[in-house]
Design a protein around this ligand. Structure first.
Ligand SMILES: Nc1ncnc2c1ncn2[C@@H]1O[C@H](COP(=O)(O)OP(=O)(O)OP(=O)(O)O)[C@@H](O)[C@H]1O
Length: 603
């Protein structure tokens, strides 16, 4: 701990310097000054005692002690002023350090590869590192207290050494037990936190589900409350057992430490008594020594306690630093080959991909797909056949394990990812419902572009969301987050229209639409497919993933996926030709459900 502490204190100081260098200077100056004031105060106390306990008339002795007494009062006053300056500076510094530390890790985490976000280990690190920013904030106060206690201790130790060299090791010995106990308890708490962090997170999740607005209807109708509560209780009780275990161990460690402290305190005072008895020390010096020992041991105790807090917090700050390092290692590269200005074909060449940490079959297995610019390419297939995965690889969210994705002559794995992302707009199956206004929900498709009312209106009109916006109480400025003041809830289909408007507003060369109409009414669905066709006519490339097979009739090329492989591809007519084709079979199953025969309604 001692070895790592300087590094952690240094990184906190660096953080503080970045957050507010003036406040840092104020705190450091005040703390140093406070320590010096205390040392001078102690020397002045010694002078007072020497004068008062010295030979002569009482009146003369008191008169002689007055200058030293004034020195004691002045140093106490200076000490108080410096303490309040330090408190003010620390108060200013703490929230800024919290912000800087939070920004530091959030900024990185937002730019790591998707693979890292889905990695369990990275998530575990993220869970504990989230405490790091708060710990960095608290470390400021503890650092300040450590510096203050250390300076005071040095002052007291200096005075003690001058009084009698034997007193110093005794002072150290008195504090060793509490240092040992505090550090042991802190270390245990930290190890336990790490072992139980995921358990605690799962318990909190259960608790949150009970109050989650989205889960609320099902919780009531299906009476899920008692079920969730039961599991929450079981998990909480397991956590309680761990807390009880830690408390038992802490009590035992504390008791051992107290016994040890008692013995060393007795030894210290016995030594002092012996020195007095043998005449090796006179009474005035012994009086100062008692004060110095009391101040020193209080300082040492404070130092140990504050160091212990500092140590505990520093472990979380270290986690945050580890997260930042790990995030840096897994950042999406900031450079790469430029893509051709006008890409004519995107080609998947024998692409295989297995999700990290998944040992079963690959999600994509030797896939060849050709996507010419300005065409509609449909991906169809059963659930889990790999359609969305293929789309994610196309968007540059994952890289193939083997094979290549060529944007004309440029391999996507070597391309500048920012440029690649720039070329793509996505309406994912689980597109995000941003808890912001309707305007932001569409404009966020191009977060860097200035908000242009005409463009937003055009995107909404395109997606058939114009009516939805018009019906909202505050139009574009309606907050779409129920549970907040002025928040409004819209239907799933209306959200989907906003999602499509967002992708349209992005205006990228390649549009990936994954089940774009699953929540739309029949007319809106027809309209969306007409619009998609119109987009392709304008030169935009469309990747359409859908289970509604009648909507892929107009696709230029249809790829049928099965267990990560392309089993058939061709135009709609080509795929309907072979009587045993998978696509034809799926299409006929679906269309037969819509077949309507006269007389059916009456029977
Ligand atoms: N993030 C992920 N991590 C691990 N495995 C995943 C992940 N996403 C998908 N998979 C797995 O990869 C396989 C292909 O999934 P994918 O989502 O691509 O299928 P899909 O054809 O789009 O299915 P659906 O029609 O249900 O949307 C499935 O076995 C799925 O369980």
């Amino acid at each position: 701990m001692i070895a790592r502490m300087p590094h952690l204190i240094a990184s906190t100081v660096r953080l503080a310097h970045r957050a507010d260098p003036r406040a840092l200077r104020q705190v450091a100056g005040a703390e140093f000054g406070g320590g010096v004031a205390q040392a001078v105060g102690l020397i002045a106390v010694n002078a007072v005692l020497v004068r008062i306990l010295g030979p002569g008339e009482t009146g003369d002795r008191i008169t002689a002690a007055v200058p030293a007494l004034i020195a004691v009062a002045v140093t106490a006053l200076i000490g108080a002023l410096l303490r309040s300056a330090s408190t003010a500076g620390t108060g200013r510094l703490e929230p800024k350090v919290f912000r800087v530390a939070t920004e530091e890790y959030l900024e990185r985490v937002a730019r790591v590869e998707l693979e890292a976000v889905e990695d369990e280990e990275f998530h575990k690190l993220l869970d504990s590192a989230q405490w790091g920013a708060e710990s960095a904030r608290r470390m400021i106060k503890f650092c300040t207290s450590v510096v203050a206690a250390a300076i005071s201790l040095i002052a007291a130790a200096g005075v003690l050494t001058v009084l009698h060299p034997a007193l110093l090791p005794l002072l150290a010995l008195m504090t060793l037990p509490s240092a040992w106990s505090s550090l042991t308890i802190a270390r245990r708490r930290y190890v336990s936190f790490h072992t139980w962090v995921q358990h605690a997170r799962a318990g909190q999740l259960l608790g949150r589900l009970l109050i989650d607005a989205q889960a609320a209807p099902e919780v009531r109708v299906h009476n899920i409350g008692p079920f969730l509560l039961r599991h929450f209780r079981t998990m909480a009780e397991t956590g309680e057992k761990e807390q009880t275990r830690l408390a038992g161990l802490a009590a035992r460690t504390g008791l051992i430490a107290s016994g040890w402290t008692g013995l060393t305190t007795a030894a210290t005072y016995a030594t002092l008594g012996l020195l007095l008895w043998t005449g090796a020390m006179d009474l005035a010096v012994a009086g100062t020594a008692v004060i110095a020992i009391r101040t020193g041991s209080a300082n040492l105790d404070a130092l140990v306690i504050q160091l212990n807090y500092l140590y505990e917090e520093s472990l979380f700050v270290a986690d945050m630093e580890r997260l930042c390092e790990e995030a840096d290692r897994r950042l999406i590269p900031g450079t790469g080959l430029p893509l051709p200005a006008e890409v004519k074909t995107i080609r998947f060449e024998n692409v295989s991909f297995t999700y990290p940490g998944v040992s079963e079959r690959p999600a994509l297995d030797g896939v060849d797909v050709t996507i010419p610019a300005g065409r509609i390419i449909a991906l169809v297939g059963n659930n889990g056949s790999g359609k969305s995965t293929l789309a994610k690889l196309l968007c540059g969210l994952y890289a193939p394990d083997t094979g290549r994705i060529m944007w004309d002559g440029v391999d996507a794995a070597e391309a500048d990812r920012a440029e690649l992302f720039d070329r793509v707009a996505v309406v994912a199956q689980d597109f995000y419902r941003w808890p912001f206004t309707a305007r932001v929900n569409v404009a966020i498709g191009r977060p860097d572009a200035p908000s242009d009312e005409h463009l937003l209106d055009a995107a909404a009109e395109y997606a058939g969301a114009g009516g939805t916006i018009g019906s909202l109480p505050r139009g574009w400025d309606t907050l779409l987050a129920r549970g907040y003041k002025g928040g409004h809830q819209i239907s799933g289909g209306q959200w989907q229209r906003l999602g499509i408007a967002r992708a349209r507003h992005r205006d990228a060369r390649v549009l990936v639409v994954d089940e774009p109409t699953s929540a739309l009414d029949a007319e809106a669905e027809q309209r969306v497919f007409d619009q998609i066709r119109a987009l392709a006519a304008e030169g935009q490339t469309v990747i359409l993933i859908t289970h509604r097979l009648h909507s892929v009739r107009h696709a230029d090329e249809i790829y049928v996926l099965e267990q990560g492989r392309v089993t058939e591809h061709g135009s709609f007519d080509e795929l309907m030709r072979p009587r045993d084709g998978a696509f034809r079979r799926m299409y006929l199953v679906q269309s037969s459900q819509y077949a309507y025969e006269e007389g059916e309604a009456r029977s």
